[in-house]
Unconditional design. Sequence first.
Length: 478
Amino acid sequence: MSFRINTNIDALTALTNLDNTGQSLSSSINRLSTGLQINSAADNPAGFIRAQGFQAQLSGINQALANNQDAINYSKTAEGALTEVGTLLDSARTLAVASGNTATLDPSAIQANQSQLNSIVASINRIASSTTFGTKNLLNGSAGVQASNSNAADVNSLAFTGQFNGVAITTPSAVTVAVTQAATQAQVVSSRTFAFGTTTVSAGTFSINGTTFNTTSSETVNQVVQAINAAQGTTGITATYLTGGAVTLTQGSYGSANSINLSDANGVLESAAGSANAAGLNAQGTATINNGSALVTVNFTGGLYGNSALALRDGDGNQIDLTNAGNAVGSFLAGQLTVGAAQFQIGGSYGDTASLSIGNYSASQLGLGAVSGLSLANLDLTTATGANNALQVIDKAINDVSSGQGAIGNFQTNVLQAQVTSLQSAQENITSSLSSIQDVNVASEMTNYTQLQILEQAGVSVLAQANAEPQAVLKLLG
């Protein structure tokens, strides 16, 4: 046994072990208090990575379940409206059968049947135009309007709501854009010119968009320009200088909401003390589509509702986001509109989508093809021939509606509800896997906690004894 006073190796060893026990006990307390065995990546790096992956997958699945429920409600709303249309068509067919019995009906009775049919047609048109889910029309042919960008050079993105100039979009069409005013960046040119970049400026202060710059009489134009550019992240402004000219301040963003406010109290950049202000312009233009059989043009304006000056928008919420290259006066083909296929994100991963086509159930679109030139909208029950034609058209309309209901029902059962069952199973199993990685086994952890408590108490006792060892040296000194 070695007797030393200055160095107590036994005490240091006991202290190290006590520190390790304390850290382990602290981790155990953390696990018990949170219920998690992984509270940070340091606890289990590999397990942390797996847990994060499962958590992200679960978040996607949870949202996908909500999406599917919205899709089910969407389709049920359309199906319910079509059920009422079917009921009205049954009544219309009864009227057509009754009107065909011209041998027993007087003209006033036949006219009454025609009036009743006209009311049925008006009700069907009302249902087709007013059935909505949120702001989305379902039965007027605009359900599922999709805009695809075919001109990446001039357009960043297209987004159409299903309405254009206040009318439902019911026809696939190209989208042509004409930019009538290009967006600009605000610019201020100093009224003072400088011979060279090494020319010194006046001592004083000036501010740009609220940021103050101080200059001395020994500072050069180049140094001032560098200082302005260094503050670009705060002011949004860049400065340039050409030999023999002025300093030009340019706003980094387009539009009227992005301005330059220069206040020069000492005439550093300006020829005299004063201020200069400027604002940019928002892009403006028109978009044209073929909606039905006619070209329709609507004005679009950039910078609305806090959007970018390059994001052209109309009153119906349609938006065309221009690129910098597209921000020039002129016309170009922007993209294509497709109609009738509403797309739903039914899974938690890329590409997990499904679409539902809902057609136009206005009276003018029902029963087409049964009798040349006739639809539900233009039936005549006042003649025997008209009543006979009406029966054929109405039977075709009933088939149109029932086929639509069948397609919606198939989508609900075989796509959405099947997907919900699959997602719920995945949710259960992934949650179980995440729990096995992340959740603490309380019984096991309490056993570990108790053991660490005893070790800590023993460590404190041993450390006290180790600290007392050097006192034995005193006996040698006596």
